[in-house]
Structures are given as C-alpha cells and as structure tokens.
Design a protein around this ligand. Structure first.
Ligand code: ATP
Ligand code: MG
Length: 233
C-alpha cells in the first residue's frame, strides 16, 4: 500500500531564527527520518529573517515587489538546502522547482524538500498548492506561534488561540492580500483560499516544539489549531 503523503510548511522563522539553528535542524531531521518510514514527507521551507533582511534592503534600494519576491525565493531554496544536508540520503539532493517535479522526486525519495515556487506566492501558499497536487492527507504549518489566534498574539496580548477553525473562519482571519513581498502572517489569504478549495486538513503548530510537530504529522495529540471541515478535529 502506498504511504500517506504529508506536506509540512516549515517557516523560516522556525528553521533559521538565529537560535541554535543547526542543533534544531539536526533534531528535526532525525524526527522526519523516523516518520518517513510511515509517511511520504514533503517539506516546504520558508525564508525567515535572512529573506526579510534582503527584502528590506532591496526595497530601500527601490526594487519592485516581484524582484523582492524573486530574491526571497532564492533564500527559501537556500534554507531547503540546510534541511536537505541534515536529512542526508533520505532526501532528494536538489529542491524541486515545481509540483510535478516534487511528485516525481517523491516516488524516488522518502522526503522531498523544496522552497518557494513563483513570485507573489508565499511558501505557505506553495505548501497548500503542493498538498493539493499530491493529494496530501494533511498539511502541517510549523510556524513561530503555537496556533491561529483571534488576532496577532505578538501585537494583541489578549488574543486567544483557536483549537479548531473552519475554512470560512480561516479566510476571514487571513484577511486581504497586501501585495507586498515577505508578509509575516500565520496563513496568508492565497494559502487560505487553496486550503478551502481543496478541503485540506491543516494542523498549525509551533515548529520548535518537536513533540507537537510529531503529533501533528501522525494525526495524534499536539498543541495547536486544526483547520478543517466544520472546524472539527
Ligand atoms: N491571527 C494570528 N494568529 C497567529 N499568528 C498571527 C496571526 N496574525 C499574524 N500572526 C503572526 O504570524 C507570525 C507567523 O508568521 P511568519 O510569516 O512570521 O512566520 P513563518 O511563516 O513561520 O516563517 P516565514 O514566513 O519566515 O517562512 C507570528 O509570529 C504572528 O506574529
Ligand atoms: Mg510566513
């Protein structure tokens, strides 16, 4: 029987925040290698601080949003290479550049790691489109917050976390597209639309909490938010 496919959107905020990054990446790789006996894993890496830094400097220099996005994509692919290195021979050696290639490479390797895909789409959007393309059982959004809140918890200290969220509520919380490169939002509007359209089950977890990452991947217990049909777990 073929293995269930799981897509993980791994925020750059989790992979390279500048806090013991290599130790974290090593531990994450160990977990993913263990779980790849049971699941076909597809990881999409975000850009994080390095990408935002380039975007900020490029914007100051007058680059347009498309050019900024193109730089951001390069940074996400560099982040993919860090995880690929830690995964060793279990992972495809090069980040695929499109979904068809990702699907093909997934036939050969237990773990596929890719970065951004095209301008104006965040890596959360890429992960949602990839989950749709490979008919993933679940999409895990591993980010810097432990779930989706009523408002940005870093701005609004009284915000509370949702245990469950319906597709309609996700669309509402994601808001409207800003048109700017490098948005910092838990799930952006385009990703939310793809998730709703393809009826993807999404588990939002704090990516540095590897117990919750494991729980989310196997569909077990974890701290975070489940987004799905009628918002039920
Ligand atoms: N309603 C909300 N619930 C939870 N977090 C939110 C919400 N609105 C905005 N955020 C912000 O979203 C941030 C997470 O998204 P961010 O894009 O910064 O990280 P990422 O996607 O994990 O990493 P990257 O984009 O660098 O790959 C949180 O730090 C939080 O401040
Ligand atoms: Mg993000």
């Amino acid at each position: 029987m073929p293995k269930d496919r799981i897509v993980v959107s791994l925020g750059g905020s989790v992979l390279v925040p500048g806090e013991d990054d290599s130790e974290y990446i090593r531990n994450l790789a160990r977990l993913l290698i263990r779980l790849s006996d049971m699941y076909a894993l597809f990881v999409v890496t975000g850009g994080g601080r390095p990408a935002r830094y380039y975007i900020e400097v490029g914007r100051d220099l007058g680059m347009d949003e498309r050019a900024l996005d193109a730089m951001g994509i390069i940074l996400t692919r560099l982040n993919a290479r860090l995880l690929i290195q830690a995964l060793g021979p279990k992972a495809s050696p090069e980040p695929p550049e499109d979904y068809e290639e990702a699907r093909e490479v997934g036939e050969e390797y237990d773990i596929v790691v890719m970065g951004g895909q095209r301008v104006s789409i965040t890596t959360d959007g890429v992960a949602a489109e990839l989950a749709e393309a490979v008919e993933a059982t679940r999409l895990i959004n591993a980010t810097s917050v432990d779930g989706v809140y009523t408002a940005d918890p870093n701005i609004e200290p009284t915000a509370s976390r949702f245990d469950k969220l319906s597709y309609e509520d996700l669309i509402r919380i994601a808001g409207r597209p800003t048109g700017l490169a490098g948005p910092s939002i838990v799930i952006d509007p385009h990703a939310a639309q793809v998730i709703k359209r393809a009826r993807i089950s999404v588990y939002v977890v704090q990516g540095r909490d590897l117990k919750s990452v494991e729980g989310a991947i196997i569909g077990g217990d974890f701290v975070g938010t489940v987004i799905g049909e009628d918002g039920s777990r």
